[in-house]
Design a protein around this ligand. Structure first.
Ligand SMILES: C[S@@+](CC[C@H](N)C(=O)[O-])C[C@H]1O[C@@H](n2cnc3c(N)ncnc32)[C@H](O)[C@@H]1O
Length: 359
C-alpha cells in the first residue's frame, strides 16, 4: 500500500443522479466547462464525471482529508487524467481555490457532504464508537483541535449546547456534566470507548436499533469540523462563482444539513415582495430550484448508509451578482458567524477545522 492510501472502500451515494444533475439533460455538460467536486472522498462522483466530460473540460476536486487527496494522487487509485486536479482544502474556500487557479466561473459544483465510509471505518480516525481509538474526529488531520482536545477545555454549558444543537440529544446536559466531572477528577475523556461509556451511563432511555452514543458522536463531529458553517460558506460562494446556467448538486445526510441547503435554495429562488412597501419590486432571483431526489429502495437495500441521503439541485440564473447586491445590500455579507443555538444551525465558535490551511 502507498503511504497515505488506506484500504477502506466508499460506496458512492446517488452517483448518477448527482453527476447528471450538473447539467440540463437536453443540453449536456458544457464542452469547455469547469466542474468542481468539492468532496472527493474516494472519487466515485469524480470518476463518473470525468467519463461524461468532453476533452476540453476540467474537473477540480477538493477534500480536506489528506487520505482522500492521497487516494486521488498515489498508487493504483490515482487519477492521471490531465483534465483532473485535486486540492487539499476545506470546501468553504472553493471559490478562492478557483480564483487561485485562474478559473473565474464554474459550470457545476457537486457536494456530497458529511463523512466517508473510510473515515468511519478506519478505527484510528476516532469517528466511531464501534472501535476503541483516540477521540480525534478531525477530517483534516493536519490541523485544528481533536474532539478530545475540545472536551479537555470546553465548559459544561458549551458542551451541552453543542450536543443539543447538533444532535437533539435529550440528555445533552447530563452528558456534558458527566464529562466535565470526569475531567475535574483528573480523568478527561481521551478515547472513543471512554466517551461511549460516559454516555451509556448517562442516557437513561434507549432508542431501538441505535447505540446511545450515536447522537453525541454526531454532535462532536459536526462541531470539531465546523460542518454547518463550512456548508453555509460554500453555498454562498455558488452565487458569485457559478456561471449563468451553472448547476449546484448537493447531497446531505441529516436534517440539519438538508435544512441549510433547502433554505438557501428557497431564499434565492422564491419570489418575495415586501407587501408593506408600496410598489415594492421583487428581488432578482439568483437560483432556480431544479430537483429534490432521494435514493431508490434498491439503492438503500444495497447500501443502507444511503438511507438518509437527500440530493438537491439548483441552477444559477442569468441575474448578475451585482444586481442582487443593488436589490439587497445585505446579500453582500457572507453567512453570519453563529454559535450553536443560532437558528441557522450555523457556525460554532470552534477553533478547529476553520478556513485556510490550503495546500
Ligand atoms: C461522503 S464523502 C464523499 C464521497 C465521494 N463523493 C465518493 O464518491 O467517493 C465526503 C467527503 O467530503 C470531505 N469533506 C467533508 N467536509 C468537507 C469540507 N468542509 N471541506 C472539504 N472536504 C470535506 C470528507 O473528508 C469526505 O472525504
Amino acid at each position: 500500500m502507498q503511504e497515505g492510501v488506506t484500504p477502506w472502500q466508499h460506496r458512492t451515494v446517488l452517483l448518477h443522479e448527482a453527476v447528471e444533475g450538473l447539467w440540463d439533460p437536453a443540453v449536456g455538460p458544457h464542452p469547455q466547462g469547469v466542474y468542481v467536486d468539492a468532496t472527493f472522498g474516494r472519487g466515485g462522483h469524480s470518476r463518473l464525471l470525468l467519463s461524461k466530460l468532453g476533452p476540453q473540460a476540467r474537473l477540480i476536486a477538493l477534500d480536506r482529508d489528506p487520505e482522500a487527496v492521497a487516494h486521488a494522487t498515489q498508487g493504483p487509485s490515482a487519477i492521471t487524467d490531465p483534465r483532473f486536479q485535486i486540492v487539499h482544502a476545506p470546501f468553504s474556500s472553493w471559490a478562492d481555490v478557483m480564483a487561485d487557479l485562474g478559473l473565474a466561473q464554474v459550470h457545476g459544483l457537486l457536494m456530497d457532504i458529511g463523512v466517508s465510509s473510510p473515515q468511519i471505518d478506519n478505527p484510528v480516525r476516532g469517528f466511531s464508537f464501534r472501535f476503541d481509538a483516540p477521540l480525534d474526529m478531525r477530517m483534516d488531520t493536519t490541523q485544528g483541535e481533536s474532539a478530545a482536545d475540545y472536551l479537555a477545555h470546553a465548559s459544561a454549558d458549551e458542551i451541552a449546547q453543542v450536543i443539543r444543537d447538533y444532535s437533539e440529544e435529550r440528555f445533552a446536559w447530563p452528558i456534558a456534566k458527566a464529562l466535565v466531572a470526569r475531567r475535574d477528577e483528573g480523568q478527561p475523556v481521551r478515547t472513543t470507548a471512554e466517551l461511549s461509556a460516559v454516555v451509556a451511563r448517562t442516557v437513561k432511555t434507549r432508542e431501538a436499533g441505535q447505540d446511545p452514543a450515536t447522537r453525541t458522536f454526531q454532535a462532536l463531529r459536526i462541531h470539531v469540523n465546523r460542518e454547518l458553517g463550512e456548508l453555509e460558506d460554500a453555498l454562498e460562494s455558488a452565487l458569485t462563482t457559478l456561471a449563468p446556467g451553472g448547476r449546484l448538486s448537493v447531497i446531505s445526510f441529516h436534517s440539519l444539513e438538508d435544512r441549510i441547503v433547502k433554505n438557501f435554495i428557497a431564499k434565492h429562488s422564491r419570489e418575495e415582495v415586501d407587501r408593506r412597501v408600496p410598489f415594492a419590486q421583487p428581488k432578482p432571483l439568483m437560483l432556480d430550484a431544479i430537483a429534490r431526489i432521494k435514493p431508490s429502495a434498491e439503492e438503500i437495500s444495497g447500501n443502507p448508509r444511503s438511507r438518509s441521503a437527500v440530493l438537491r439541485v439548483a441552477e444559477r440564473t442569468n441575474v448578475p451578482w451585482s444586481e442582487a447586491l443593488v436589490a439587497s445590500p445585505a446579500a453582500a455579507g457572507k453567512s453570519r458567524g453563529s454559535k450553536p443555538g443560532a437558528k441557522s444551525g450555523g457556525k460554532p465558535a470552534a477553533k478547529a477545522g476553520g478556513k485556510g490551511g490550503r495546500r
